[in-house]
Write a protein that binds this ligand. Structure first.
Ligand code: ZN
Ligand code: ZN
Length: 358
């Protein structure tokens, strides 16, 4: 009897929590009545709890060993003091600052654009139980220059961070662009000027054209919202003074290797500068569908005809099994193997600012 009651209670709970996708459009193959799916039909993120527990216990989600020289040595090697005077200046030609992990400040077209800012000490729902930040954030949300636009690629905790977003929103009123389904999170926290985008939607921001692009990934913020919100990347295009093809930047967002990037190349054109993940890829049996490794990243550089790229999503948070200093080594090997030219894929230090080729 007790068992039956328990089952009844569980089913009622699950039914109450089952999501209905208010954006469902049956003409779009990545839409489902209860959420979203990848462009090739692959549904990720539905991992049984016991598998996650087993992997957690055996250490799948943190590096097996420290980097050579320890974390102190890694921080010394991969950090520079942020150039506050430089980022205080607006810029028409593109200038990029890496804020660690997938967070970046892109200054272009006279606008200051933040992508996936995560400046907290942990990434996760219950701070200390989340993934630990090993390299200090280069600045606090309050120290950011005036921000015009914030782009959020998906609602994983290492990309959409409560503390960073609410602290930024407390001192500035930027425009926010988020994937379908994520606006309600901002509504709940009293943040307005939020626009949602579906894959291939386009919108203008000042002189720039933005496109929300597909990626192979998944989303989850609670036990009950797996893939209820969309994921993806952003293409940002700036017209050139001389006319012709615009300068084109692509931020892939978190992704496994997929045909999405050939499709982005086909629809939008070649990419001038690409921000592509190169970390959080081990163990492969679990990570491959959702997170590319450096070899996949180089294949995406080639798929997009990207003239230059930078590796992101590495070297900041303890998320996965590879050692912090492994991604640059694997990237160098992959670049050589696929015959990229020297320095085609850049690695920034935390806090580093560089002008991008324009
Ligand atoms: Zn993610
Ligand atoms: Zn991520």
């Amino acid at each position: 009897m007790l068992r039956r009651l328990l089952i009844l209670a569980m089913s009622a709970l699950l039914a109450a929590c089952a999501t209905v996708n208010p954006y469902f459009d049956e003409s779009k193959p990545h839409h489902r009545r209860d959420g979203f799916v990848n462009s090739n039909g692959l549904m990720l993120g539905q991992f049984p709890w016991y598998d996650i527990l087993r992997r957690n216990l055996r250490g799948d989600f943190r590096p097996l060993v420290e980097p050579a020289g320890g974390y102190a040595g890694f921080i010394r090697e991969w950090t520079v003091p942020i150039d506050r005077a430089r980022i205080a200046q607006r810029s028409d030609a593109p200038v990029m600052t890496w804020l660690g992990h997938a967070g970046m400040l892109l200054q272009v077209g006279g606008l200051n654009i933040l992508l996936d800012p995560q400046l907290s000490d942990y990434a996760g729902p219950l701070s200390r139980f989340g993934a630990k930040r090993r390299v200090p954030a280069p600045l606090t949300p309050e120290e950011l220059p005036p921000i015009d636009l914030v782009l959020i690629s998906h609602n994983h905790y290492d990309h959409l961070d409560y503390a960073t977003v609410t602290r930024l929103a407390a001192v500035q009123k930027p425009r926010w662009i988020v994937p379908l389904g994520v606006k309600v999170w901002f509504d709940d926290h009293g943040i307005d000027q939020v626009q949602e985008m579906d894959w291939w939607d386009r919108t203008t921001v000042g002189p720039l054209m933005l496109t929300f692009t597909p990626a192979q990934h998944w989303t989850k913020r609670s036990p009950f919202d797996t893939n209820a919100t969309l994921w993806g990347g952003f293409a940002i295009e700036q017209p050139r003074p001389t006319g012709g093809e615009p300068w084109r930047f692509l931020y892939t967002g978190d992704t496994g290797y997929s045909q999405d990037f050939k499709e982005i190349r086909r629809r939008l054109g070649a990419v001038d500068f690409l921000a592509v993940p190169i970390g959080a890829y081990l163990p492969r049996d679990f990570m491959a569908p959702q997170h590319i490794n450096p070899d996949d990243a180089v294949r995406i550089v080639l798929d997009l005809d990207a003239k230059h790229a930078m590796g992101i999503h590495w070297g900041t948070f303890e998320l996965t099994q590879e050692t912090f200093d492994q991604p640059p080594k694997d990237l160098e090997a992959a670049s050589r193997q696929h015959r990229l030219f020297a320095d085609q894929v850049w690695l920034f230090k935390h806090g580093e600012t560089r002008a991008l080729p324009f």
